[in-house]
Design a binder for this molecule. Structure first.
Ligand SMILES: NC(=O)c1ccc[n+]([C@@H]2O[C@H](COP(=O)([O-])OP(=O)(O)OC[C@H]3O[C@@H](n4cnc5c(N)ncnc54)[C@H](O)[C@@H]3O)[C@@H](O)[C@H]2O)c1
Length: 380
């Protein structure tokens, strides 16, 4: 088996999901490559060492530039905050490394363009960790749509709701709360949460052409962790937009961190002339399916338990009826990335698809300011 020597940057939430995926993938998928956990890179050496010991990394770096210089690393995995993605990815591409990058690809579309140009020039395999595509129930939705079962699509509806920033005493910035600082995150819920909804939506239903949006920042000032001073909050706390897809369908998207009672309620529904599909992250192993072609007296919504051997990815796991969860989506992503290396046909979402999502979030944030419909830039 060929080695795929990984250098991971960032040991936070995503550093753990990725490490778990690299370790598990060969136990469950027959592949020609085996990820080898060569090095973990983070600025705090003692924390990085502890992470290396816990997850089985062979070495530690505290400067990502040193990691990229190493010739015993094949793949750079970027699990650091959003403002670090572009610089690292461009340097990694120049060094000829394969790159997996967390989402959103960049702080904005123009920055993402430079990343796409870099991987194109270097011809290096690349992928963005929009992992929800690889929830088996979501992949099943994609299969059913591609088989034409829904017919013409009229509506797409997505929400991503959380409630963890309601407390006005919560500070912004620093290691744990960089998501509240636009200088590090790029934007608030638009780039953080709606980016997921947009990636899934365009994968399932094609390009988004135009959007009109509203955003709100409910808490205007918060103490900044790094300075201790009350500072203006520059992220969007909530964001909602209407969209028109290229296929003529209409959409609504909504996200907030102020929906009391919701932790990570990502839902979507898609309505076509012959049927509808609905999915809910809190019940991620089920796909709700309505098929108008069913005999009318027994027609109704079916709740499909997506755990059978003929469901996407499921034959690689347990026996029918036993469900899998969130962390498995990352295992699937690594498996598909490696299968892409084997076949020469890169699995998505590539950096180009990550750029397409950044173009939509740019248009959403612009529309919230201009209060007009905005065209979404097309990826060339
Ligand atoms: N795919 C998903 O569902 C998903 C979920 C959460 C986060 N994310 C994305 O993953 C990325 C990381 O988010 P997280 O939740 O893991 O954050 P986190 O705060 O838990 O971890 C970030 C890590 O990056 C490290 N880091 C920061 N700057 C660095 C630098 N210059 N060099 C080396 N290491 C550095 C930090 O020390 C920390 O280990 C973000 O881009 C985020 O948007 C994606």
């Amino acid at each position: 088996m060929k080695q795929l020597r990984v250098g991971l940057i960032g040991y936070g939430f995503m550093g753990r999901t990725h490490s778990n995926a690299f370790r598990k993938v060969n136990n469950f998928f027959d592949l020609d490559y085996q990820p080898v956990l060569k090095a973990i890179c983070a600025r705090d050496a003692s924390k990085a060492k502890a992470f290396a010991a816990q997850w089985g990394y062979e070495s530690v770096e505290t400067d990502w530039k040193k990691l990229i210089e190493r010739d015993d690393i094949d793949l750079i995995d970027i699990a650091a905050p959003n403002n670090a993605h572009a610089e690292i990815a461009i340097a990694a591409a120049k060094a000829g490394k394969m790159i997996l990058c967390e989402k959103p690809l960049a702080m904005n579309g123009p920055q993402a363009e430079t990343m796409v140009a870099a991987v194109k020039k270097a011809k290096v395999p690349n992928m963005v960790w929009y992992n929800y595509r690889r929830v088996p129930a979501v992949t099943l939705a994609k299969q059913l749509i591609d088989e034409g079962r829904l017919g013409k699509i009229f509506h797409y509806r997505a929400k991503f709701l959380q409630d963890w920033t309601i407390n006005a005493d919560l500070p912004q910035g620093g290691a744990g709360l960089w998501r509240l600082d636009a200088k590090v995150a790029g934007s608030g819920v638009t780039g953080d949460l709606l980016a997921h909804c947009i990636d899934t939506a365009m994968w399932l239903n094609g390009n988004i052409d135009t959007v009109t949006a509203m955003t709100e920042t409910f808490i205007k000032e918060r103490k900044h962790t790094e300075t201790g001073k009350m500072t203006k909050v520059t992220i969007d706390d909530a964001s909602a937009f209407l969209a028109r897809f290229s296929n003529g369908s209409l959409a609504t998207f909504e996200s907030t961190r102020y929906a009391r009672g919701h932790k990570a309620l990502y839902t979507f529904e898609i309505n076509g002339e012959n049927g509808s599909l609905a999915w809910d992250l809190h019940d991620l192993h089920r796909l709700q399916v309505f098929d108008y072609k069913d005999e009318s007296k027994i027609r109704g919504w079916k709740s499909v338990h997506v755990t059978d051997g003929d469901h996407p990815y499921m034959k690689n796991w347990w026996v029918p009826g036993l469900q899998i969860g969130y962390e498995h989506t990352f295992v699937h992503q690594v498996a598909d990335f490696i299968q892409g290396l084997q076949s020469g046909k890169m699995a998505g979402p590539t950096f180009k698809e990550g750029l397409a999502t950044d173009y939509v979030t740019d248009a959403v944030l612009k529309s919230a300011k201009t209060k007009r419909w905005e065209k979404v830039k097309k990826v060339r």
